[in-house]
Design a protein around this ligand. Structure first.
Ligand SMILES: [Zn+2]
Length: 137
């Protein structure tokens, strides 16, 4: 086991608790004016342009909105190929693209409950925590 500190692949989208590896969340903002949620970094609301947006943690509970099998991965992809890229719709509304793991594409169905899980990518210089979809048990 490596003692290297595990960092999030993108702390503006995925937050880890270094003391507790079962404590992780997709993060973003909520608009105090119109109430919509935004996944990832934001300085103003994407719907009403309000500048007062407050940081929030998403529950991770979602439904499968769409998916596709990627046979030709983007440059720098270090995972398996082919893989399933899924668009999940968070309970709070935003859509998030990530690999879905633990299932074959013919086992998936639109609107299935899915949730965020995480995996450690050790292919680089430092281990990185990456977020992935999985089907909710
Ligand atoms: Zn707004």
């Amino acid at each position: 086991m490596s003692n290297a500190k595990i960092v999030s692949v993108d702390p503006t989208r995925f937050k880890l608790n270094e003391q507790n590896d079962s404590d992780f969340h997709l993060v973003g903002f909520k608009c105090i004016k119109c109430g919509i949620y935004i996944f990832g970094p934001a300085t103003n609301c994407q719907q009403c342009t309000e500048r007062q947006v407050v940081p929030i943690e998403f529950s991770g509970k979602s439904r499968l909105y769409s998916f596709t099998v990627i046979n030709v991965p983007p440059a720098g992809w270090t995972g398996n190929t082919p893989y399933i890229l899924a668009e999940g719709e968070l309970l709070e509304g935003p859509h998030v693209l990530a690999e879905i793991v633990g299932m074959e594409s013919n086992e998936l169905a639109i609107n299935m409950p899915i949730e965020i899980s995480y995996a450690i990518d050790e292919s680089g210089k430092h281990p990185m925590a990456v977020y992935k979809w999985k089907v909710t048990n």
